[in-house]
Design a protein around this ligand. Structure first.
Ligand code: OGA
Ligand code: NI
Length: 364
């Protein structure tokens, strides 16, 4: 495919025109990173080189006291005391970590396993079948090989597909047959779970249970599924670049392979695999409307020599719904001691995920 691999690993910079040519060849191939791995490369093309990250990893520092909270939702429907305890833990986790894992959340294990299996099967089927879904336009289901939501310039070591889930559920005929049924099942489960999470989060903010739902913040959901092939030179690139999620909350299902890391006190903390768990994280919009009470925290997935790894992030976001609504810190949370930290922000200003940043709408 005409990629070059440098003989000298230190040589990270590339001449712009050369880089553009290689990027174009990569995108035009449409078979993503998996296509490179299938072609048997042993060195990664330079277009994937990422500048090194200077944050330490907790695993190297020997920190054992850091742990992303795992919250058990088992009896929150029956026992009001238990519900209060869960709300308290969700509040603490959202304020300090921006991340937590949940178990006994109601999504059956066979649906979670089936979803991960469906993602593997989609990416591992013949290229011609995958390419039927190749698109850069907005379609209910889009495979686009490797296009990065967060950073268009340096592709990362993974392939992805998009799927709209709500408010317009995908029509079965819009979905690839290899993972059609499971996508529909998983999507309806996540939407149901979202209702519960928005209730708990409303309570954790000290608001009425229905507050966030009544505002319609749980209405839009889209999924972004990832396939991370093994990488022959994982130290030179990343699986998912450091980013925050531009949504209210994200429900992430990942397989048993290590990978996800959260930046906490300038240290990368691994999110350990907990069987049956889902990872929940606070996105930028919830940080905005909670007036910084809940934190949207940076996270990433390093590339891995082992693989493949599968995950699916479901983003609760109203950004793609046609709306003239504006978003700002929730009035009920503001006081003289806690004045608004952000100005009102309208979805029409939200050009795209690449350029959004909370700092742009922060008040001094
Ligand atoms: C994302 C994300 C993590 C993962 O899609 O925003 O952070 O484990 N994914 O794939
Ligand atoms: Ni993310």
């Amino acid at each position: 495919m005409g990629f070059t691999s440098p003989s000298d690993k230190e040589e990270i910079s590339m001449i712009d025109s050369e880089r553009t040519k290689e990027l174009k060849a990569f995108y035009d191939s449409k078979v993503g990173v998996k296509g490179l791995v299938d072609a048997g490369i042993t060195k990664i093309p330079r277009i994937f080189y990422q500048p090194p990250d200077n944050f330490k990893k907790a695993s190297e520092l020997g920190h054992k006291d850091y742990a992303i909270p795992v919250i058990d939702l088992a009896s929150i429907h029956e026992d009001p005391c238990e519900r209060k305890r869960v709300v308290e833990r969700v509040k603490e986790a959202s304020e300090t970590w921006g991340f937590f894992q949940i178990v006994n959340h109601g999504i059956p294990v066979n649906i979670m396993d089936g979803m991960l299996d469906g993602i593997m099967k989609f990416f591992e089927q013949d290229d011609e079948l995958k390419l039927e879904f190749f698109s850069h336009d907005h379609r209910p289901f889009m495979y686009n090989g490797n296009s990065n939501l967060y950073n268009k310039v340096i592709p990362s070591w993974r392939d992805s597909f998009f799927c709209n889930m709500a408010p317009n559920a995908p029509k079965p005929e819009d979905l690839p047959s290899i993972c059609r049924d499971i996508l529909l099942d998983y999507s309806s489960q996540v939407i149901k779970l979202g209702t519960l999470l928005f209730e708990i989060l409303s309570e954790a903010l000290g608001l009425n249970s229905n507050y966030l739902r009544d505002m319609g913040y749980n209405e839009g959901v889209f999924a972004y599924a990832h396939y991370y092939p093994p990488c022959p030179e994982p130290e030179l690139t990343v699986g998912t670049i450091k980013h925050t999620d531009t949504d209210f909350i994200t429900v992430l299902l990942k397989d048993h392979m290590d990978g996800l890391q959260v930046l906490h006190e300038d240290t990368w903390i691994d999110v350990p695999h907990v069987p049956g768990a889902l990872v929940i994280n606070i996105g930028d919009f919830l940080q905005l409307i909670s007036n910084d009470k809940f934190k949207s925290v940076q996270h990433r997935v390093p590339a891995n020599i082992k693989g493949p790894r599968a995950s699916i992030a479901c983003f609760f976001s109203t950004a793609f719904l046609p709306s003239s609504r504006t978003y700002g810190p929730i009035k009920e949370l503001l006081s003289e001691d806690n004045p608004a930290k952000y100005r009102e922000y309208s979805i029409s200003e939200f050009a795209n995920h690449y350029t959004f940043s909370l700092s742009k709408i922060a008040l001094n």
